[in-house]
Design a protein around this ligand. Structure first.
Ligand code: ADP
Ligand code: AMP
Length: 218
């Protein structure tokens, strides 16, 4: 199987993280989620975490000067070279997309596909508000659509499930508006390069993944 270099680009709550777990398992790629990297920095109390937190709590984008740097460092590591990667939640604006072009050119990488998982806003709000995450392993659940076997407990590792601080209705609405003004225009950018793979995200998790696999091939 050829090493894959992928982006996933849907709006918040579309199922990017959920599908990333399936994609990583099927294709063996490294999962690079800028949101996860920021949450880990916040948990560890680093200076970058403190800065990122102030933007994340409002649903704003963390400044490019910080975000581009962490992606550049991560992509340069050997595991990305050997296994390929799935960038999840980056780029989120045109400047980040241009910065990514430069990083990929320096590393001599080409993208294979940009996966756009689309879902209507009203559904997205409910998905975001009902999301639960495992504090220990990061697995994602939903109180209605993807319930853990025991409420509040992770099926995979027994860890405690928590609600992300930015998963309130108010912040979710702002994140969706940031997505439509800053991130959605990137779909045309990648469509113009023939890389866009459009997926209907308003289907069962397994069906969404089957569609992704169908489009990506082996
Ligand atoms: P993103 O990473 O795009 O923000 P997540 O993967 O965290 O989105 O999914 C958001 C929420 O929606 C989670 O609670 C997840 O369990 C749920 N979810 C993901 N995919 C689906 C789906 N196809 N149908 C219903 N709920 C879903
Ligand atoms: P996510 O986990 O992808 O939903 O991202 C959660 C939050 O992290 C976003 O609302 C932003 O505040 C921040 N974030 C994640 N990725 C980026 C990015 N590429 N650029 C700027 N901010 C980001």
């Amino acid at each position: 199987m050829k090493t894959k270099r992928l982006l996933s680009m849907g709006p918040p709550g579309a199922g990017k993280g959920t599908q990333a777990a399936n994609i990583v398992e099927a294709y063996g790629v490294c999962h690079i989620s800028t949101g996860d990297m920021f949450r880990s920095a916040i948990k560890n109390g680093t200076a970058m975490g403190k800065l990122a937190q102030s933007y994340m709590e409002k649903g704003e984008l963390v400044p490019d000067s910080v975000t581009v740097g962490i992606v550049k460092e991560r992509l340069a590591l050997d595991d990305c070279k050997n296994q390929g990667f799935l960038l999840d939640g980056f780029p989120r604006n045109l400047d980040q997309a241009h910065a990514l072009d430069t990083i990929l050119a320096e590393l001599n990488y080409n993208l294979d596909a940009v996966i756009d998982v689309s879902v209507e806003n009203e559904i997205l709000i409910n998905r975001i508000i009902g999301r639960r995450i495992c504090r220990n392993c990061g697995a994602t659940y939903h109180i209605e659509f993807n319930k853990p076997k025991t409420e509040g407990v992770c099926d995979s590792c027994g860890g405690e499930l928590y609600v992300r601080k930015d998963d309130t209705r108010e912040t979710a609405e702002n994140r969706l508006s940031v997505y439509s003004s800053q991130t959605q225009p990137l779909l045309d950018f990648y469509k113009g390069r023939g890389l866009l793979v459009s997926i209907n995200g308003d289907q069962a998790v397994e069906k969404v993944f089957a569609d992704i696999k169908n489009q990506l091939g082996e």
